[in-house]
Design a protein around this ligand. Structure first.
Ligand code: SIN
Length: 295
C-alpha cells in the first residue's frame, strides 16, 4: 500500500498535479535551481519523487552540461538504443518534431515505459523543454501502482508470477512505426534494426526496489505477450490489462513551456506524448538513468 503523501518539506513546495500522481515542485523560500542543489534539498527532491512518481519544474535555465550533471546525481546514464544521441553528448537525445513532420508517428507517442524491452530499463527519464508549440504537445502520465491496486484480489492472485514479453519491434523494427529512418522528413535519427525483434521477459507485477510498492508493469507499445499462454489467451488477458492501465482516472497531464523539466519513475509510471501540434516545432532534451533488472 502506498505511503501517505507527506508535505513536510523544508526546502520545497510540492503541489500535486492530480489526485493520483505527479507534483509541481518549487523552492519554498527561493527559486529552485536544478543546477545548484545542496544535499538537503536533493534528499527532499528524492523523497518527493518517490512519493509522487513524476515531478515537474518550471523556468529552469540549464546548459546541456548542467542537465547531464543533474541526471548523474540520480545514478549512471542509461543507454539509448535505436536513436542517435546529440553530437558530443552521448547520454542526451534531442526529442524533436519539426513543423514539416506532419502526419507522422511522434517519438514517445502511445502509452509506454521507456525502453521496457531492455534487460535493465531506465529507472528515471528526465525531459527538459527547449521549444514548445503555442498549443498542444502535452505529455500524459499514468500510475501503474494504482493500476495494480485497483485489480481484484482474484485477478492479483492470477497475475503473480507471470512473465510479460517485451520487444521494441512495433516501434523500431524496419516495419515499425518509427522505422522510417529513410523518410527525409523525419529529423530525429532513428536506426531501425532487426534486433528490435528480440524479446525480453519481465515480471508482470513489478516491485519497486526503493519503496517496495507493486506496479502492473505492462505498456501498450512494448509489451507484446504473456509467457506461457496461448496467443488467444495472451491477447485477451494482456489486452484487458493494458486497457486497465490506460484509464483516465490513473493519469495526470503536463503542459510544457520552454524551461520546464519533468522527471518520471519508469519503474511505476507510463507516459504518452500527445501528437496534436502538426505544423509546429517541439524540441526537448532527454536523458535517462540506468535502472536495475525488474523483479
Ligand atoms: C518520451 O517518451 O521520452 C518523450 C515524451 C515527450 O516527448 O513528451
Amino acid at each position: 500500500m502506498r505511503s501517505q503523501i507527506v508535505s513536510d518539506y523544508e526546502q520545497l513546495s510540492v503541489i500535486p498535479t492530480s489526485g493520483i500522481l505527479g507534483a509541481e515542485v518549487t523552492g519554498r523560500d527561493r527559486p529552485l535551481d536544478l543546477a545548484d542543489l545542496d544535499e538537503t534539498t536533493f534528499a527532499e527532491l528524492h523523497r518527493a519523487w518517490l512519493d509522487h512518481r513524476v515531478l515537474f519544474f518550471r523556468d529552469q535555465d540549464l546548459t546541456i552540461e548542467q542537465l547531464e550533471a543533474f541526471t548523474e546525481r540520480w545514478g549512471e546514464f542509461g543507454d539509448n538504443p535505436f536513436v542517435e544521441p546529440m553530437a558530443g553528448h552521448p547520454a542526451v537525445v534531442e526529442v524533436l518534431k519539426e513543423a514539416h513532420e506532419t502526419d507522422m508517428t511522434n517519438f514517445g507517442g502511445g502509452w509506454h515505459c521507456d525502453w521496457s524491452f531492455m534487460e535493465t530499463p531506465p529507472s528515471a527519464t528526465i525531459l527538459y523543454a527547449r521549444e514548445i508549440p503555442a498549443w498542444g504537445g502535452d505529455t500524459l502520465f499514468a500510475d501503474l501502482e494504482r493500476a495494480w491496486e485497483t485489480l481484484s484480489p482474484s485477478m492479483q492472485d492470477l497475475l503473480h508470477g507471470i512473465q510479460a514479453v517485451h520487444s521494441a519491434r512495433r516501434s523500431y523494427a524496419p516495419t515499425g512505426s518509427l522505422g522510417d529512418g529513410d523518410d527525409p522528413r523525419r529529423t530525429m535519427k532513428v536506426t531501425a534494426s532487426e534486433t528490435a525483434y528480440d524479446t525480453t521477459l519481465h515480471p508482470l507485477v513489478r516491485t519497486h526496489v526503493e519503496t517496495g510498492r507493486k506496479s502492473l508493469w505492462v505498456n501498450g507499445i512494448y509489451t507484446i505477450g504473456l509467457d506461457g499462454f496461448t496467443p488467444a489467451e495472451s491477447t485477451a488477458l494482456l489486452g484487458f490489462l493494458i486497457d486497465h492501465t490506460e484509464q483516465q482516472g490513473f493519469t495526470c497531464r503536463f503542459r510544457w513551456a520552454p524551461g520546464s523539466l519533468a522527471m518520471w519513475d519508469n519503474r511505476c509510471v507510463q507516459h504518452n506524448a500527445l501528437n496534436d501540434y502538426d505544423g509546429h516545432r517541439r524540441l526537448l532534451w532527454r536523458t535517462t538513468v540506468r535502472g536495475e533488472r525488474p523483479s
